[in-house]
Write a protein that binds this ligand. Structure first.
Ligand code: SAH
Length: 443
């Protein structure tokens, strides 16, 4: 089973292209690849990961074609069912959100503060229909390999913070590549996130070699390795990494300073902007519910994420951890995170929004709810079983005992039930009726 649908390049220039997926066109980035108009390609996060022989693509598409049609129908029905009766949203914020023009800070704040159950349902319904309108039924399913839980930072919220006395592990480069190879070849992943604490024992060159070898598996290499030097990220880009996840965690400077001693928000933002400038597909976002945070902060966090113009939005609830200074802090409710997802969809209509494991940990049914409240992307943990419990950024992580193969099957079943296709969602769908070449010319 493959987690990407092959598409065909119908237009390209030096930096961008258009790929057709059974009648739906999406933009992709071009980094000087060999892929030409007419070639069949796999795309992840808006990046071509490999070309494939026409016969192979046509065979894959035969399987997908009917299924895509059926799934699109189910998705459409689900969207219609969720919309407020008479398609009349009562709140002005929802009416404005529906138009897809984005929202102001006050409008975002009002949506987050909403407590009326009917209006919250209406918010989810509007967010879901906007996701459907702008992204179709595509849903990214990335694999994540947590390759080291060693970290020299002292972030007060994090269970793998340097001072914590927990069992530490580091996967060797060979183990990382073998895990990636299994995920790509046996499980069909086309994008793999390599995540770790800030562990400098993997230096720039060691990481570059890992990236090069993982890239050879024809996957999008997605880094999540924290505050490493610009030079490191540049070397890793040259080695073939094309995506990076780095959350700014909170836009509130004093909360940031309190919870991330030894670092500043400005430094972190500068690196995030640099990653974008270097050409990385950027994923960023924040923790929802850090102690001391207000609804205004969450609205500002959404606005800050939007200002960084990421390709993917990632935010999950803060979950208090026993062996950290924040043990005993209140846990936020799943509804606040769902409202954050939905408000983000309305505020930043084109965004790709991840459902995080932290949200699933908070409430096992929240993954599905998040997908129905505007989210369109997720990750499956493919870290070897014996390391998974040790990557304890928070406790009782969802799915920690589930075999990746079973997690994949479960995810595909869940997605199909909702009418979603586990295909690429990184690029913006071409919505107007101009031809593909016109669109390239107008960038
Ligand atoms: N060290 C890397 C990535 C690993 S941690 C980095 O700094 O980017 C990945 C994410 O886990 C962090 O960005 C943080 O937002 C989240 N995280 C850490 N502790 C958490 C907790 N207690 N609850 C929920 N999420 C947490």
């Amino acid at each position: 089973m493959c987690y990407a649908v092959p598409g065909r390049i119908v237009a390209r220039d030096e930096t961008a292209g258009v790929v057709d997926y059974c009648g739906e066109e999406r933009r992709v980035r071009i980094y000087g690849e060999e892929a030409q108009v007419g070639d069949y390609v796999y795309v992840q996060g808006g990046v071509i990961v490999n070309t494939l022989p026409e016969a192979e693509a046509i065979e894959a598409l035969e399987t997908w074609k009917e299924m895509l049609k059926t799934l699109r129908g189910i998705d459409r029905q689900t969207v219609l069912r969720m919309l407020p009766p008479g398609t009349k949203a009562s709140r002005p914020e929802l009416r404005r959100g529906r138009q897809g023009d984005g929202l102001t800070h006050d409008e975002i704040r009002n949506l987050l503060a909403e407590e009326d159950p009917a209006d919250i349902e209406a918010l989810y319904g509007e967010a879901n229909q906007l996701r459907h309108r702008l992204h179709g039924n595509a849903c990214c399913v990335h694999g994540i390999i947590e390759f080291s839980n060693v970290c020299h930072r002292k972030c007060r919220y994090c269970g793998i913070r340097g001072p914590a006395s927990i069992s530490r592990y580091r996967m060797s480069p060979d183990e990382i590549v073998a895990t990636a190879s299994h995920a790509a070849r046996e499980l069909g992943f086309k994008a793999l996130v390599l995540q770790s604490g800030e562990d400098y024992s993997y230096d720039r060159l060691v990481l570059a070699e890992i990236v090069r070898r993982v890239r050879q598996l024809n996957v999008l290499v997605f880094l999540s390795i924290g505050m490493r030097s610009k030079q490191t990220y540049e070397t890793l880009f040259e080695a073939g990494a094309r995506a990076a996840l780095l959350r700014f965690e909170t836009s509130n400077e004093s909360l940031f300073a309190r919870h991330r001693p030894g670092t500043t928000l400005e430094e972190r933002l500068a690196l995030i902007r640099h990653l974008k400038g270097m050409g990385y597909v950027l994923a960023t976002g924040f923790l929802v519910g850090l102690p001391g945070e207000t609804v205004d902060d969450i609205a500002l966090n959404i606005a800050m994420t939007r200002s960084l113009q990421p390709d993917m939005y990632s935010f999950g609830p803060f979950l208090p951890v026993m062996h950290t200074p924040l043990r005993g802090s209140p846990t936020i409710d799943a509804q606040t995170v769902l409202k954050t997802i939905a408000a983000t969809r309305l505020a930043c209509p084109e965004s790709n929004i991840l459902v995080t494991t932290a949200l699933e940990t908070l409430d096992p049914s929240a993954r599905e709810q998040a997908l129905l409240a505007g989210a369109n992307s997720m990750m499956i943990n493919v870290t070897p079983k014996h390391f998974r419990p040790l990557y304890s950024i928070y406790e009782n992580r969802a799915c920690v005992d589930v075999e990746p193969k079973d997690a994949v099957e479960r995810t595909v079943t869940d997605l199909k039930r909702l009418g979603r296709a586990p295909t690429d969602v990184g690029a913006t769908e071409v919505r107007n009726q101009t031809s593909s070449l016109d669109m390239l010319g107008s960038q």
